[in-house]
Design a binder for this molecule. Structure first.
Ligand code: C2O
Ligand code: CU
Length: 578
């Protein structure tokens, strides 16, 4: 069982244990003896099973079990002891076991809430609040059932409950937010020279036609995707962004393009959002070849989804052969691009630049030919070998370049089972195809660094976020949501290692701005294939990724999940140069 399934199994068992104890308590209060004993047996079994899941998770890493081992296990143990010792005395009146059984249920429930609402890291304050809640519920049950224990016991319980509540509240109260320099500009000393490629992108609301339907969109130059920006290595790009009427503002972020910080397009960090009637000019030198894309970074969840994105391709030399970009996007429930058929000459080299501009992973399958994956996230792979009848999974924001030589028979590219590009009619069932694992593809090379100057760990989870007016169930990093997540501070020239751990039930496509990271390992297995320099990678439930990079691009950089709804729910932080 992988760690993701273990996390899910552990959750199910914890629910079963808590529900079992609570049910047993309720049944005994109603004097339904067999039911009470049956449910107590279920709860007991589930509690023992949890010992197994927690141990297995601990072996995958302490991050997965911290609060389970430190808070849930002692609470469950206390509950089981209290209920168990009472049950062992097999009372004549089953009703007298009700409160001990309910206590075990409250303990299980309290521990479950600690995991679901707080998660990682384990916090003494939150643990004490759980204790206070469990004891308060127990006292209430005594009252309701009219089975008060001796005054000494009930006084002691009340004292512990109040003390836990007071201390817990003190410890768990959110501290002050880390100081974040906002609207702060890093002046880039680099002069980029005279522009050789000029573009103007005007953002505005627009009605676009998708598969015969009119869709209300937000668009650059009234088209979705926006115009394809192309350049040759060495060009200096100058892109003028204008905002016609997007009230919440727009910016341009060059996803995966490691531009100087001032050109990175993150509102509140590298520039102010461009409001209606305003403009902003971006200028940078195109010195990395490859497949990239651009998108607004202002209210990015809504903005990108509604259509404020486009392709950026930088080619090493003028194109030879067929070179097609396939930016996949879901607009108002329809998949873009709409299918196109373009015959090619037999023997022609074809390059397909696959881009995922959505917030979730897509599955791409190229049928009718062997192909090689020659680049991921704009960086060439070493020694890519031909594969056939194999799918690739591209994370949100990610890009794969596939190449093949046009065979005599047609070829088709399927995205999640639907053909979006083909050279003629192809029917293929691609959904059973194996998926290429990029960590074992191509020819390996040693990691260029043997020591790391900085080591950071990001534990991704969910948790209650109480900072706003309305509490919300946020997506957290190390137990906090934006803007309370402290930035990671590095110095120019540092070799930085990040360990990214996902203890939640959903995929988090991780994306660091301004740098490509070299993948070191995933789930303790080192990369065996080509060095992988990525800017977007899927950290699946239970995954532990180790990545590293050289801090060579000074500034303040966003570092976030590229499921943009998760960013909205708090999952974004910053990398900062001191
Ligand atoms: Cu493609 Cu910060 O984003
Ligand atoms: Cu996420």
């Amino acid at each position: 069982m992988n760690t993701g399934s273990l996390l899910a199994a552990d959750l199910v068992i914890a629910v079963l244990a808590a529900a079992g104890w609570l049910g047993a308590g309720t049944a005994s209060a109603a004097r339904r003896r067999p039911l009470a004993l049956g449910l107590a047996a279920v709860a007991l079994l589930a509690t023992f099973a949890r010992a197994i899941t927690i141990t297995a998770l601990a072996r995958a890493g302490w991050w997965f079990v911290a609060e389970k081992a430190l808070i849930a296990a002692p609470l469950s143990l206390a509950g089981t002891l209290v209920a168990g010792t009472r049950l062992l005395r097999i009372p004549g009146d089953i009703r007298s076991t009700a409160v001990p059984l309910l206590f075990a249920g409250y303990a299980g429930l309290g521990a479950l809430l600690v995991t679901l609402l707080h998660g990682y890291p384990a916090s003494a304050g939150v643990g004490l609040l759980a204790v206070a809640g469990i004891l308060a519920a127990t006292v209430a049950s005594w009252r309701v059932l009219g089975t008060r224990p001796s005054p000494m016991v009930s006084r002691a319980v009340a004292v512990v409950a109040v003390a836990s509540l007071v201390t817990g509240t003190g410890l768990a109260a959110p501290g002050s937010a880390p100081v974040m320099p906002h609207d702060h500009e890093y002046r880039d000393a680099r002069t980029v020279g005279e522009p050789t490629r000029r573009f103007t992108l005007t953002a505005g609301t627009a009605t676009v036609r998708v598969s015969g339907r009119d869709v209300a969109a937000w668009a650059f130059n009234e088209q979705v995707p926006g115009p394809e920006l192309t350049a040759t290595v060495g060009d200096v790009l100058e892109v003028t962004l204008r905002n016609r009427n997007i009230a919440r503002g727009v910016t341009l972020h060059w996803h995966g393009y490691d531009v100087p910080n001032s050109q990175d397009g993150v509102p509140g960090v590298t520039q102010a959002a461009v409001l209606p009637g305003q403009e902003f000019v971006y200028r940078f030198r195109a010195d990395q070849a490859g497949t990239y894309w651009y998108h607004t970074h202002a209210v990015s969840d809504v903005g990108v989804q509604k259509g404020l994105y486009g392709v950026l391709v930088v080619r090493p030399v003028p194109v030879t052969g067929v070179d097609v970009t396939v930016p996949v996007h879901t607009l108002a429930g329809q998949t873009l691009p709409t299918p196109r058929v373009e015959p090619v000459e037999v023997g022609e080299p074809v390059r397909l630049r696959l881009i995922n501009t959505d917030s979730t992973t897509h599955r791409y399958a190229l049928a009718g030919t062997a192909f090689r994956v020659v680049a991921i996230d704009g960086y060439d792979l070493q020694g890519p070998t031909p594969v056939v009848d194999t799918a690739v999974l591209i994370p949100a924001g990610g890009r794969y370049d596939l190449v093949f030589t046009a065979p005599a028979t047609p070829v088709a590219l399927f995205v999640d089972g639907r053909a979006v590009y083909s050279t003629g009619p192809v029917s293929a069932a691609t959904d059973r195809w194996p998926v290429l694992d990029p960590l074992g593809y191509g020819v390996g090379a040693p990691v260029p660094w043997s020591r790391f100057d900085r080591d950071f760990t990001l534990v991704l989870d969910r948790g209650l976020d109480l900072r706003g007016l309305l509490p919300r169930y946020g997506h957290t990093v190390n137990g906090a949501t934006d803007p309370d997540i402290p930035p990671q501070v590095v110095r120019l020239g540092d070799i930085v290692r990040f360990t990214i751990v996902n203890r939640s039930m959903v995929v988090h496509p991780w994306h660091l701005h301004g740098h490509h990271v070299l993948v070191l390992s995933r789930n303790r297995t080192s990369v065996t294939g080509s060095p992988l320099w990525l800017d977007s990678f899927d950290v699946r439930p239970g995954d532990v990724w180790e990545v590293a990079f050289r801090a060579d691009n000074p500034g303040m950089w966003a570092n976030h999940c590229h499921n943009l709804a998760h960013v909205d729910a708090g999952m974004t932080l910053h990398l900062m140069y001191s």
